[in-house]
Structure formats: structure tokens, C-alpha cells
Design a protein around this ligand. Structure first.
Ligand SMILES: [Zn+2]
Length: 182
């Protein structure tokens, strides 16, 4: 089986593979579009040297670290696909989303403006891979970690009251979030 798989892969010119890998990494490693789900740049919630982790809200980070420690005991590793973002980077992501989705209206379902993004304020994190998001879906509320948007199963924010009362119902997408109406 392995040999068959290798033969298929090696039939593709190496240059194409390299190009696709680079495009994959540069264009979709750290934004809220659907393609972000399986991404991983290997940054964990314990990586103090990564600005995307170090600049997160301290309470959110503490909750993430407690959850990640318990998830690891279940054999699940958290990867930070995107955490804190600079306003400039958020603006770039929004421009790319408008280009990708064809309109500002459609882009707004996936990417917030720099002035409203919870990533820019350090209060949101996109967690992967899928197994980690699934673990959070089942256990996150115990740590106050809640999915906020139905269309973004990887995007988590801190809702401290969730540990007692459960997470609030998610918005369908960010356009339904009053915080995005500013
Ligand atoms: Zn997000």
C-alpha cells in the first residue's frame, strides 16, 4: 500500500508539490476561513515566544493551558492556528477574504475588521487540529472556553460563567455578533 501511494505522489512534479505546500502555508495558516481547519504551524498554547500566544488575554491563556494539559492526558494536542493578531495583519486577512469571497458582505461571515476582531484584542484563539476542536466542544465549557460562531468550530473565546452555566448559544456566524456591528 505504501509503495502504491508513493508511486502516485512521485508522478507529480516535485516543483508543483513544493509550490502547493508554500501556497498552503502562506495563504491559509492563520485566518478564519474554512481552509484553516486542518492547518498547523506547530505553535502550542505553552509557546511563550510566539506573539500570537504571548499577547493573548491572560485569563484566556490560563484557561487554554489548563484545558490543553487535561486534553494531553486524553492524547489530544492543541495547536494554535491563530491567536493574537496585529491590526495590520487582521486588515490583510480581511483584504484577502474580500478577494476570495468576492464581496465584503460574504467576507464578513469569516473575517472581522481590525477594529472589531477578538483576535486583535487577544480574546480569541483558533484551535486545531479537528480532534482538539472536538475535545473543546465536549469539555471546553468546564474551563470557560466556548465556541462563539456555529460556522467556526475552531474559534474559541473565554466565557468564565460557562463553567457554571454552560456556554451561550453560538451565533450563526460573525455577522450575527453585536460586537461586529460597530
Ligand atoms: Zn478565530
Amino acid at each position: 500500500m505504501l509503495r502504491t501511494g508513493f508511486a502516485v505522489v512521485s508522478a507529480v512534479p516535485i516543483g508543483v508539490l513544493v509550490y502547493q505546500s508554500l501556497t498552503f502555508l502562506s495563504s491559509s495558516a492563520a485566518w478564519d476561513g474554512p481552509a484553516a481547519v486542518p492547518q498547523s504551524n506547530g505553535v502550542t498554547v505553552f509557546d511563550d515566544h510566539s506573539p500570537s500566544v504571548a499577547n493573548l488575554d491572560a485569563d484566556l491563556l490560563e484557561a487554554l493551558r489548563r484545558a490543553a494539559t487535561d486534553a494531553a492526558a486524553d492524547g489530544v494536542e492543541f495547536v494554535v492556528n491563530s491567536g493574537w493578531r496585529s491590526p495590520e495583519y487582521q486588515a490583510q486577512l480581511l483584504r484577502e477574504a474580500v478577494s476570495k469571497y468576492g464581496s465584503e458582505h460574504e467576507a464578513a461571515r469569516w473575517v472581522a475588521a481590525p477594529t472589531t476582531s477578538a483576535h486583535v484584542s487577544g480574546q480569541a484563539v483558533d484551535i486545531g487540529p479537528t480532534a482538539a476542536a472536538a475535545w473543546l466542544s465536549a469539555h471546553g465549557a468546564e474551563y470557560g472556553l466556548c465556541q462563539i460562531y456555529s460556522n467556526e468550530p475552531w474559534h474559541y473565546e473565554l466565557r468564565p460563567e460557562a463553567s457554571e452555566h454552560g456556554c451561550p448559544s453560538p451565533y450563526a456566524d460573525p455577522t450575527q455578533d453585536p460586537r461586529m456591528q460597530q
